[in-house]
Design a protein around this ligand. Structure first.
Ligand code: ASP
Length: 439
């Protein structure tokens, strides 16, 4: 029998997970059974992905930077990466603002629904507002200060400190470039081998992906709030989803124009990472798979992926920024506020910065939304309005966050002459097996 390609297997896992959960909620004991016996496997799957994120960044970035052999190449690539990331985020926010101003989803919320939503979710919203408090009190240079860890082991012990680990890896890589070749060679060899081991671990974890996403989606469905509230927020959700689809359209078009790689090549290469992003709502958890797919299936060389993707996973969140723009204006509309053109321009700036500051974990975009609301003078209590549908929208925006990182890495790779043909490792039995079955 022809073996299904990985993305179909994952998709199948997702669909069966949703159907299974829908069947389970018909029984009184069903949701508990899913929470007790199925959900833990989803958590194990996410944990195993997170487990390899820090070692992967360390090994691949140290190797990638030292392979560049020249610091000026690093600064050229760094400059391009950051500029393209900022431009793509501004485009995303602008698409979001255009959609929400055309569709005006907030205008369709009745006062009763608004009060009901605020009453139901104000507790949850308060906890997000409190989480954002610390960030709001920070000085203007706090983010820069936080970039440099005082202890690498402390930094590496918390997945939330990804940028500090990235900083250390780049710094270490620069040190490797600057010492004589005969001294650096064994260190590079070590990280090279280490990196291969991690890539192999990703392959192994991906064998469990269809079962992992089955468990994750089944748990999400049994825990989802009632459908009625979803309906009230339908236009708001549609507005974000259309915006996100347009953003994917922007990526495939720009990738095609710049690299001549077709949309189907790009999407089929990256789709397993997109499906994982959807199932886990975390760009950080998806990072190992994104790196593997971009390198082996989209043909971007490791020097570029190891640099562009970990940075992208932490700072480039186009889906999140688009969502923050739509959510802010939606809440303003629902409270009957008229946002001036200048206020909306302000949202472009704050949503861009807020998305950069959002952690690559589920729900982080909503915490930083508090800051966008505060800057625009929109009541923070409005967060309660959008709480009910945040998780499904988080799943969708994470897909765009990951796709954006992949697209930018192709564009950067092309610009520095590091885009080649896909190179599936020939020693890899996992792929050999898959290829033979698909032949
Ligand atoms: N879940 C998103 C991510 O990991 C962040 C967010 O928008 O909440 O990319």
């Amino acid at each position: 029998m022809r073996k299904l390609e990985l993305h179909w297997q994952i998709l199948l896992g997702m669909v069966v997970g949703v159907l299974f959960a829908l069947a389970m909620v018909q029984f009184e004991w069903g949701p508990k059974l899913v929470s007790d016996w199925i959900k833990p496997f989803g958590n194990i799957f996410i944990n195993s992905l997170k487990l390899i994120a820090v070692p992967l960044i360390l090994a691949s970035l140290i190797k990638g930077v030292s392979d560049l052999k020249d610091i000026s190449k690093l600064s050229k690539m760094g400059g391009r990466t950051i500029s393209i990331y900022v431009v793509s985020t501004v485009i995303a926010v602008s698409i979001g603002l255009t959609m929400v101003n055309i569709i005006k989803p907030g205008a369709s919320i009745s006062e009763d629904t608004r009060n009901e939503l605020v009453a139901n979710y104000s507790g949850d919203a308060d906890s997000k507002i409190q989480q954002a408090q610390q960030q709001r009190e920070a000085g203007p240079l706090q983010a820069l200060e936080d970039l440099v860890p005082s202890n690498i082991f402390n930094a590496a012990s918390d997945n939330g400190n990804m940028l500090q680990v990235i900083f250390f890896a780049i710094f270490f890589g620069i040190g490797l470039i600057l010492i004589p070749e005969e001294k650096s060679a064994p260190v590079k060899k070590f990280f090279d081998g280490f990196n291969e081991v991690i890539l192999k671990l990703i392959d192994l974890i991906m064998l469990a992906a269809p079962y992992g996403v089955f468990a994750l989606l089944a748990a999400l469905v049994v825990e989802a709030p009632s459908l009625d509230l979803f309906k009230a927020l339908g236009w708001y959700a549609i507005c974000i989803i259309i915006g996100l689809i347009l953003m994917i359209g922007v990526y495939v078009s720009v990738v095609y124009i710049v690299t001549k790689r077709t949309p189907s090549f790009f999407i089929s290469g990256i789709s397993p990472a997109q499906l994982l992003a959807f199932s886990t709502s975390s760009s950080a958890a998806t990072l190992p798979v994104t790196m593997e797919r971009v390198e082996e299936h989209l043909g971007v060389e490791e020097e570029v992926t190891s640099f562009v993707l970990p940075i992208g996973a932490t700072i480039n969140m186009d889906g999140t920024s688009l969502y923050q723009a739509v959510a802010a204006v939606f809440i303003a509309q629902a409270f009957g506020m008229d946002l001036s053109f200048t206020a909306q321009l302000g949202i472009i700036a704050t949503a861009t910065l807020a998305s950069i500051g959002s952690a690559a974990v589920p729900g982080a975009g909503m915490v930083m939304l508090v800051i966008v609301l505060a800057q625009a003078g929109i009541p923070e209590a409005g967060l309660a309005l959008i709480f009910a549908v945040d998780r499904p929208l988080d799943m969708c925006r994470t897909v765009v966050n990951v796709t954006g990182d992949a697209a930018v890495s192709m564009i950067v790779a092309k610009s520095v002459g590091k885009l080649g043909d896909p190179k599936i490792r020939d020693w890899d039995d996992t792929y050999k097996m898959r290829n033979k079955n698909n032949a």
